[in-house]
Design a protein around this ligand. Structure first.
Ligand SMILES: Nc1nc2c(c(=O)[nH]1)N[C@H]1C(S)=C(S)[C@@H](COP(=O)(O)OP(=O)(O)OC[C@H]3O[C@@H](n4cnc5c(=O)[nH]c(N)nc54)[C@H](O)[C@@H]3O)O[C@H]1N2
Ligand SMILES: Nc1nc2c(c(=O)[nH]1)N[C@H]1C(S)=C(S)[C@@H](COP(=O)(O)OP(=O)(O)OC[C@H]3O[C@@H](n4cnc5c(=O)[nH]c(N)nc54)[C@H](O)[C@@H]3O)O[C@H]1N2
Ligand SMILES: [Mo]
Length: 580
């Protein structure tokens, strides 16, 4: 998030899209409700009628996968009605004229035909957002989990820049992070192409160019199941900037040399692979050995049967987890880890706040904190790892990632209740709001993206044979694959089975009754599920969660990836539904 969570209260307008905060981020969902009570205008853009719609000024219920058209349409209205923040656009951005050119054709009528949203609602939403004193954009997986996920974010960022909402209070671009410490994992370099603090392993700073080149090098196009969308001729992406505060002098060679020196090994400049690459890209070049730590891909990766087969076929699989999950069934070795409550250290939350955590209970049985297991393993490999505590490791992180963390000693984290990065010096107060006064890259860049019919499924789209769009989402009372929440009686009492959301009109057309089971089939497989009849989903769209091992929804989801981030687009799959 560019802004702190508390900033949501006091926002003039809030645009929530592809995010269902009252179920998935209840604390933030509560803040949004509070903001609305105290006068914020709320725009919800979501294919489903999520609970926040009840308090929204307008609900843009658009077809899944048409985000770019919708966001460009909002930009069109803002520019046409001259509602943009002229001073901000003039002083802090570049590329406005290209944006203006691109969005010219996205009239409310044109966008309405693509998205299914009434033209007048698009105009209303654009005015509400642009005319507010401050406008916060809150988004999540509904925006990113698409083959055009990165482009969706670009189109959304344009709205924030256009209205001068980056770098000021109660505003900003606020992607809500999902897992407890996923922000921390990314910040620590658990991404294939960066070290900690997003210091690049490879010199290509422009991620788009980088992936396209990598795609070519690794010959990913159109191989195997063929999911990488080849960069089309005339592609309009000019550059993707993530606006991360990477120091300007951070040439990757210097960075690699720094880490090589600190760790006493020569580091390669070839980035690692994403999960999609490890499992899905062509069987003949699949990884042969896998070390899986805190992940349950047999349930959570798309086209899950292929994942299961891949694990079965591997030479050696290690699973390091706090519970014996479904993936552990394919492991040669299982290493028992200690849970969050059983260890010391830091977590970094969605507002970039590094928080000190303390052990509440001792690790059970033979389990140990993850870092201890890794250190023991490194020693068995003959490496001389000698960290004495999480604090010891953190101090190395600070030293190697000074632009982000140098000022964050354990003492300060403890005393000041956590600090938000970047915090580059001991006397630096941390950074609650990013991009104040100026952007990391200097001037803000409008990047232009065009809507392309996104295939409600890259391998063929919605057809007569597969007439429904299946989207996947989460539910309040369970967490992912239930390794944790599924062990809690109270939560199972509230939700203990999967029911696919389906609109009453579709129920009627398919002649279903509430207790019927249905078979749902995609181009990759099929499953059987109970149904929940609800107008939360519009006709033609059904929605399942991926919380349950049975039915395992990811058996049928689409493994196609975004060709920029190489992350899977699990939000749309074309399916057919039959009564059993
Ligand atoms: N209770 C609970 N909370 C959780 C989790 C959990 O498992 N359970 N998981 C955590 C994790 S790791 C994450 S990443 C977050 C995810 O949090 P969210 O992203 O909020 O979760 P989802 O329910 O997957 O999807 C959000 C919304 O995207 C919408 N959507 C579907 N298709 C599209 C589309 O084409 N465009 C747009 N704009 N929206 C679309 C869906 O209708 C849905 O309402 O939740 C976190 N919080
Ligand atoms: N169809 C569909 N698929 C999706 C998504 C979707 O929206 N739709 N969302 C995707 C997203 S955003 C996410 S984040 C993934 C989630 O996918 P996963 O991360 O694979 O799912 P989890 O069930 O959260 O698995 C986490 C594992 O970590 C273990 N664990 C918990 N704490 C610790 C610890 O301290 N140490 C160790 N070593 N292990 C620990 C848990 O027991 C569990 O086995 O699913 C993805 N898959
Ligand atoms: Mo997530």
């Amino acid at each position: 998030m560019t802004n702190p969570v508390s900033d949501v209260s006091g926002a003039g307008a809030i645009l929530v899209t592809g995010s269902n905060p009252t179920e998935n981020h209840p604390v933030i969902g509560y803040r949004i409700r509070e903001a609305v009570r105290t006068g914020a205008r709320l725009i919800v853009a979501d294919p489903r009628r999520i609970p926040l719609v009840d308090v929204a000024d307008v609900h843009l219920q658009f077809k899944p996968g048409t985000d770019i058209a919708l966001f460009n349409g909002l930009a069109h209205v803002i520019i046409k009605e001259e509602l943009e923040d002229k001073e901000y656009v003039e002083n802090r951005t570049q590329g406005f004229k290209y944006l203006k050119q691109i969005v010219a054709k996205y009239t409310p009528e044109y966008v309405s035909a693509i998205t299914g949203v009434p033209a007048k609602d698009i105009v209303t939403a654009a005015r509400l957002f642009a005319q507010a004193d401050s406008g916060a954009i809150v988004y999540c997986m509904g925006v990113t989990q698409h083959t055009c996920g990165t482009e969706n974010v670009v189109a959304l960022t344009n709205l924030s820049l256009l209205t001068g909402n980056l770098g000021k209070p109660h505003a900003g671009m606020n992607p809500l992070r999902g897992q407890n410490n996923v922000q921390g994992a990314c910040d620590m370099g658990c991404l294939p192409n960066v070290f900690s603090g997003y210091q690049p392993v490879h010199s290509d700073r422009d991620t788009g160019t980088y992936w396209r080149r990598l795609t070519k090098e690794r010959q990913l196009e159109q191989v195997g199941v063929g999911f990488i969308r080849p960069a089309s001729p005339g592609e309009t992406i000019t550059s993707i900037e993530f606006n991360q505060p990477v120091p300007v002098d951070s040439v990757s060679d210097t960075i690699r040399a720094k880490f090589s020196r600190a760790w006493g090994v020569e580091l390669s400049d070839v980035p690692g692979r994403t999960i999609a690459e490890m499992f899905h890209y062509f069987p003949h070049r699949r990884s042969r050995i896998m070390y899986i730590m805190g992940e349950n891909p047999v349930l959570t990766s798309p086209q899950a049967e292929l994942v299961r087969e891949a694990l079965e076929d591997m030479d050696f699989v290690v699973v390091q987890d706090i519970f014996l999950n479904e993936t552990a069934q394919y492991a040669d070795v299982v290493l028992p880890a200690a849970s969050f409550a059983e260890k010391e250290g830091t977590f970094i939350n969605t507002e970039r706040r590094v928080q000190r955590i303390h052990r509440a209970i001792k690790p059970r049985g033979n389990s140990r904190p993850d870092w201890e297991i890794l250190q023991e393993l490194a020693r068995r490999f003959g490496l001389n790892w000698n960290y004495s505590s999480p604090e010891d490791i953190w101090n190395e992180v600070r030293e190697l990632t000074p632009h982000y963390f140098l000022g964050m000693t354990y003492e300060r984290l403890e005393k000041e209740g956590g600090l938000q990065w970047p915090c580059p010096a001991i006397d630096h107060a941390g950074t609650p709001i990013l991009h104040k006064g100026k952007f990391a890259r200097g001037i803000g860049q409008f990047s232009t993206v065009e809507y392309r019919p996104q295939a409600a499924d890259t391998s063929g789209g919605v057809t007569e044979e597969y007439p429904f769009i299946l989207t996947t989402a989460r539910k309040l009372y369970q967490y992912h694959t239930r390794t944790m929440t599924g062990k809690t009686d109270g939560l199972n009492y509230l939700l203990d089975e999967e029911r696919m959301q389906i609109n009453p009109r579709d129920v009627q057309a398919l002649k279903l009754t509430p207790e019927d089971m249905v078979r749902v089939t995609s181009r990759r497989g099929s499953l059987e599920t109970k149904i929940e009849i609800t107008d939360c989903v519009p006709p033609g769209i059904v929605c399942m969660s991926f919380h349950f091992a049975e039915p395992r929804v990811n058996v049928i989801t689409d493994p196609a990836v975004c060709n920029m981030s190489v992350a899977s687009g699990v939000k749309v799959s074309a399916v057919r539904i039959e009564k059993i």
